[in-house]
Write a protein of this length. Structure first.
Length: 159
């Protein structure tokens, strides 16, 4: 495993943490159905809206992945496109769109904490990756980090 591969272990750790919760919640939901079913909205509405939100997230994810691949191939820090909006658009797509879309489609109260769990896991595991980026790109990454939010595409105040 290369040095870069060792540093980019945030993704697999993040995915494992969120997947474990997802699987446990789904198993409990199925075994106790309909105890945790969200019945406030119709099944059709939840599936259609959930699928649309998930599709938007998948499009964002693959657009960000294309930019990342270019940066990895050229050895440059990617700060344009989606990376100009957030530092981690792959995680943002998952946390803000893909996971909420899946949660809505499943209509389970047990899955509602999933985006929050995914965000907490992100905050726990991302420092290693960001440390590597700082070591690799130095001042360029430091300035980029100061002007660009990690996940949420809101303007930074006072910077």
């Amino acid at each position: 495993m290369s040095e870069m591969q060792r540093q980019f272990v945030a993704g697999p750790k993040w995915a494992l943490a969120t997947t474990v919760y997802f699987v446990v919640a789904i198993v409990v939901h199925v075994l106790t159905y309909p105890l945790f079913e969200i019945a406030l909205l119709s099944f059709q509405v939840c599936v259609v809206v959930g699928a649309l939100i998930t599709a938007i997230g998948i499009c964002i994810y693959f657009a960000a992945l294309a930019g990342l691949r270019t940066g990895l191939r050229t050895g440059t820090l990617v700060t344009s496109g989606l990376y100009a909006i957030v530092r981690h658009p792959l995680y943002a797509a998952s946390i803000l769109f893909i996971i909420p879309g899946i949660v809505l489609a499943f209509r389970s109260w047990l899955l509602l904490p999933m985006p929050a769990i995914a965000y907490v896991a992100f905050r726990i595991f991302i420092p290693c990756e960001e440390g590597w980026l700082l070591d690799q790109y130095g001042q360029e990454y430091s300035l980029y980090r100061d002007r660009t939010n990690a996940i949420f595409p809101f303007p930074r105040h006072g910077r």
